[in-house]
Design a protein around this ligand. Structure first.
Ligand SMILES: [Fe+2]
Ligand SMILES: [Fe+2]
Length: 381
């Protein structure tokens, strides 16, 4: 049996059976040819096979849906960016050709055509697209690798701090995950903080550094099992400003958004919404959203984990304490978001540290549904 799986698939959409046969014949045995008798069949075929199709040879004048209709749909579905289209038609008025190019075709061949020219243009287009695809994949791979190393370095650094703090290595991971969930959820609810994908990514990454200032706190205070004296607590509190000044003193990368977010987070993750936090006593939205989100995530995770000086509270108890203001004041808007995300956060934490990132997305989709549901109910009332 012949192996058709590895052959390049080409879709020929033409209402004339003879034209299809001529084109198929001309392209030869090297390709797997799919045929469509009109625009609608062509679209159905594109839906079914998607990016398995490497090229479309498209006629303009066809019953039901013409070639322009096919191109318009391929623009809507963005398939036109992935699958090259060569238009073959006797409709060679300049206007039609221009319109076809505007709709994204790669090439235009007018009938009657020269067999050799068609074959050459087909192979050229296929090659060009294959190269472009390869380049895109390479760029994506490089971006991914760079991102991966950045995350890795940040995680190593924060793990060192945690190790000295006697915190479980999970704290940074939890704070990262909760911060990201909170910010993505906040963005669904409001555009007040104008957060882009990259802002959220960077803030979540920078969250791992929130306590780097603790590296400068003496061991006896940092890992003291009992309560800290007022004097010791004063020293402990310096970790926020200390972390920020470490970042400020970085000899390089001062303009980098990651450094800016890390600075905000280090300095202000213990600020509180009512102005009673430290070190600067900032109030309300004077506290950058990055620091507000990390501050809340930090408190939640600190409550639900065991520390030298305390046992772990349950998820429900921790939420209750936070909402009641027992751990300082947070933005009502952030508290509402945390409450709405509560189940999602608990599930994520319970799942363990195995790569959260994929799941966060799924859960955000679920949270989004919950939000819509709530809004629907609110409107109905
Ligand atoms: Fe801290
Ligand atoms: Fe922390």
């Amino acid at each position: 049996m012949e192996d058709t799986e590895k052959k390049i698939k080409i879709l020929i959409a033409d209402d004339s059976e003879m034209n299809r046969a001529i084109l198929a014949e001309m392209l030869g045995e090297g390709y797997e040819i799919l045929e469509a008798v009109d625009g609608e069949e062509a679209l159905a075929c594109l839906d079914r096979c998607g990016s398995e199709i490497s090229l479309v040879l498209l006629d303009i004048v066809m019953p039901n849906l013409d070639g322009f209709g096919v191109l318009a749909r391929m623009n809507q579905t963005k398939q036109i960016e992935e699958i090259p289209v060569i238009m073959i038609s006797a409709e060679d008025g300049a206007e039609a050709i221009r319109r076809a190019y505007n709709l994204g075709i790669s090439d235009y061949i007018s009938r009657p055509f020269d067999m050799e020219v068609v074959r050459k243009r087909v192979t050229n287009t296929l090659m060009l697209y294959a190269k472009q695809k390869q380049l895109l994949e390479m760029v994506a791979e490089q971006v991914y690798e760079k991102q991966k190393s950045n995350t890795l370095m940040v995680n190593i650094l924060s793990h060192i701090v945690e190790f000295r703090n006697g915190e479980s290595g999970l704290h940074v991971i939890h704070v990262h995950m909760i911060t990201k969930l909170l910010l993505e959820y906040i963005r669904l609810k409001t555009d007040r903080y104008s957060l882009s994908d990259s802002d959220i990514e960077l803030i979540a990454m920078a969250s791992a550094l929130h306590d780097i200032g603790k590296i400068a706190i003496p061991d006896e205070i940092l890992n003291k099992p009992g309560r800290l004296t007022d004097e010791e607590f004063k020293v402990m509190k310096t970790h926020a400003a200390m972390g920020a000044s470490m970042l400020e003193d970085l000899p390089v990368a001062q303009g980098e958004p990651l450094v800016r977010y890390s600075y905000e987070i280090c300095r202000w993750h213990h600020e509180r919404y009512d102005g009673r936090g430290y070190p600067d006593g900032l109030k309300g939205d004077e506290i950058p959203i990055s620091a507000q989100a990390v501050g809340l995530a930090d408190v939640y995770d600190a409550l639900t984990s065991e520390r030298v000086y305390k046992k772990a509270f349950t998820h429900e108890k921790a939420l209750e304490m936070i909402v009641k203001g027992e751990c300082g004041a947070f933005s009502p808007f952030l508290l509402e978001s945390l409450t709405e995300l509560a189940d999602t956060i608990r599930e994520e934490v319970e799942k363990g540290p195995a790569d959260y990132s994929g799941e966060v997305k799924v859960n955000i989709e679920r949270a989004e549904k919950m939000l819509k549901e709530r809004q629907r109910k609110g409107e109905a009332r």
